[in-house]
Design a protein around this ligand. Structure first.
Ligand code: UN1
Length: 496
């Protein structure tokens, strides 16, 4: 019998009000059940809100440096449990151990950054235009934050949201992806062990259309942070806009790596393999387009295809595996559908394009790393997010054309260029319309202490990570202190 896991609401581990549970299965071997998790209802979300309101009362009054100490302790516990969490994460999410270790490390980095921020959270002190008067700002926590997270970074993305929200003095309700509830549970256990007051965090497992939607609609949850599809983000955005909630959206991508004719092709090859097929292409930052200068196109295409063919699919726990499975059947069906679309659109399928056969891989959602060449700009294959191991190669004649192709999509998260030309690199840095650009490095690999996010339909202007996210989780309060002992009228008495 598979182990049953619980929600964490009201300071205790509790069963869902529905009495229902869903199965969490290993995507590399669907016969293996990782656990049973609460299929929570709206009642559970509402209870979590009431409890988080009490948590906010306690936690928002705790001095920020002491809040930071809790995050420091959480970081230490993540260090201690890194290997254990990584193995569990590979079992429920599928990506290889090196990557799940990296995912936990991103959580550790985020924890230590947040811990220090507890001793900063700077405001400004500025001169007043009037005599004997001070003017300054400080940051106030906002309240309850509803955090809705995806499956692909089961530790990093929840910590990007939760740790800054907490160190700023908010309480949080965490609705993890139903595909990775086990890692989410470990994260909450760690926060509690680190000394977080019980009701400052709530964990409500279940589905977005029930629990996520209840949080988005609840009038006592003033902040929502969501990472996921652009379609779901639009629905959340409509609701939050109507009721004036603060909302951070992190959504789709269609990221490209540009390879110019003067690039170090061996380096560019390593970059594109890692960017396109790491995490089986299931990153918002994954390289799904390869834009290659015509002078090196044929040679580089061969290099990419030969190497992609050799990548070894398998269980992420095995040391020999390069690429793990997709997260579930729907994800694999979506990849299959786009491979069909690519063929219908006349792109040339060079490698992959199929489900692997054989007993070793027969019980997982595996798909062969796939490369299409001759992909036309503005075709569906070139424009739409696939979230799988499918790379589209586009040939261009110049840097200007490469930049134009890169920018001509609705998304704008990450981009990359391989070149030895300083002028070309700086031109690309300036003109690539993405939130993140890499020079001579792949489109993936953002670091936790820098802002993360995209332009256009990738986001709604906010950033996670780094220093900017602290603006999202606080309100700026302005203070004027007049010690002149008389009425001073701003703008009117100023120049007397
Ligand atoms: C995501 O793809 O959803 O830059 C997040 C990277 C990781 C984070 C990716 N550090 O690829």
């Amino acid at each position: 019998m598979a182990k049953k896991f619980l929600n964490y609401i009201g300071g205790e581990w509790v069963e869902p009000s529905t009495g229902k549970y869903f199965q969490n299965r290993n995507p590399a071997n669907w016969n293996q059940i990782v656990g049973l998790f609460p299929d929570s209802g709206v009642q559970d979300a509402r209870r979590a809100v009431r409890s988080a309101a009490r948590g906010f009362e306690v936690w928002s009054k705790t001095p920020a440096p002491l809040r930071g100490e809790v995050l420091k302790a959480a970081g230490d516990l993540l260090v201690k449990n890194k290997e254990k969490i990584a193995r569990v994460m590979t079992q429920e999410m599928g990506k290889v151990l090196d990557e799940t270790r990296g995912d936990v490390q991103e959580g550790i980095d985020t924890a230590y950054y947040a811990a220090i921020e507890g001793r900063r959270l700077f405001g400004h002190t500025v001169p007043s235009e009037l005599r004997d008067k001070w003017a300054m700002t400080y940051r106030r926590p906002i309240g309850i934050c509803g955090l809705i997270t995806p499956f692909n970074f089961p530790m990093a993305i929840p910590t990007w949201k939760m740790f800054p929200a907490l160190v700023c003095g908010n309480s949080v309700i965490f609705k993890p992806s139903h595909d990775v509830p086990r890692t989410a549970t470990m994260l909450v256990e760690i926060l509690l062990e680190a000394g977080l007051p019980q009701e400052a965090v709530q964990l409500v497992h279940g589905y977005g259309r029930v629990v996520g939607e209840a949080l988005v609609h609840h009038p006592s949850v003033p902040v929502i942070s969501f990472t996921g599809s652009t379609a779901t983000g639009s629905v959340i955005g409509e609701t939050c806009g109507r009721v004036h909630k603060r909302l951070s959206l992190e959504m789709g991508g269609k990221n490209a790596q540009i390879v110019m004719d003067d690039a170090d092709l061996d380096l560019a090859l390593e970059g594109v393999l890692w960017g396109a097929f790491g995490t089986a292409g299931q990153r918002c930052t994954a390289t799904s387009r390869l834009i290659v200068h015509k002078k090196v196109h044929n040679r580089f295409l061969r290099m990419v295809c030969d190497a992609a063919e050799k990548l070894r699919l398998g269980d992420g726990l095995e040391a020999s595996t390069d690429v793990g499975p997709l997260i579930h059947e729907d994800a694999r069906n979506k990849v299959k559908q786009y491979v069909r679309i690519g063929q219908e659109e006349g792109a040339s399928l060079e490698v992959g394009g199929k489900v692997p056969r054989g007993a070793r891989l027969g019980k997982g959602w595996f798909y062969r790393p796939t490369v299409f060449a001759g992909v036309k700009p503005r075709s569906r294959l070139e424009q739409e997010e696939i979230f799988g191991p499918v790379l589209s190669v586009i040939q261009v004649r110049s840097l200007d054309e490469a930049i134009k192709v890169n920018n001509d999509v609705v998304y704008g998260l990450s981009s990359s260029i391989y070149t030895r030309d300083v002028r070309g690199a700086f031109k690309a840095m300036t003109e690539l319309a993405t939130g993140i650009s890499y020079i001579n490095a792949p489109t993936i690999g953002a670091e936790a202490h820098l802002p993360f996010g995209g332009v256009k339909q990738t986001g709604n202007g906010h950033r996670e990570g780094g220093w900017e996210v602290y603006d999202f989780y606080t309100e700026t309060k302005v203070l004027y202190v007049d010690y002149s002992g008389r009425l001073q009228r701003a703008q009117i008495d100023t120049y007397e």
